[in-house]
Write a new protein. Structure first.
Length: 151
């Protein structure tokens, strides 16, 4: 079953059970997917793939993480809790992210396989990782690990 169908089914379940923690967030997700579909149709593309939807979900989580930082600094705990709930709901549809140790090992392997020796080669390493592990890695962590390993 496609990721879009899974999200829509989960939304229908949440609406039936009146789960007020879940359905508002899922409505936002479905809306974002529909907006992206409309935009892609104007460019001539047919349908959204699961990887396109995953990219939308990651973007939404990134936005919420940024909001969390702002709310922490402003001591707005009720808004912070709401954003964290939304992150948990959206994260349920993403592939499991690898741990820090696994990420570091993959970075080391990518550095070896690409022959990277300095920061100039960081793009090569990132390209190797994105081609093989795009869904399972948090690339904000990856970039800091690669910088650490190449220096």
């Amino acid at each position: 079953m496609s990721l879009k169908k899974q999200i829509e089914e989960k939304l229908n379940e949440a609406l039936k059970t009146k789960d007020k923690n879940t359905y508002p967030t899922l409505r936002l997700v479905v809306s974002a997917i529909k907006d992206a579909e409309i935009a892609s149709r104007t460019k001539g593309q047919k349908a959204m793939s699961d990887s396109d939807i995953t990219a939308i979900l990651k973007k939404m989580i990134k936005q919420r993480n940024e909001s969390c930082e702002v709310y922490k600094k402003a001591a707005r705990n009720e808004l912070l809790e709401n954003e964290e709930k939304e992150i948990r709901v959206i994260s349920a549809f993403l592939p499991k992210q690898l741990s820090d140790e696994e990420t570091k090992k993959l970075c080391q392997d990518a550095i070896k396989s690409s022959g990277a020796s300095s920061m100039k080669d960081m793009g090569k390493v990132m390209g190797v990782l994105k081609s093989k592990h795009a869904d399972n890695l948090d690339f904000s962590k990856v970039s800091s690990i690669i910088k650490e390993l190449l220096n």
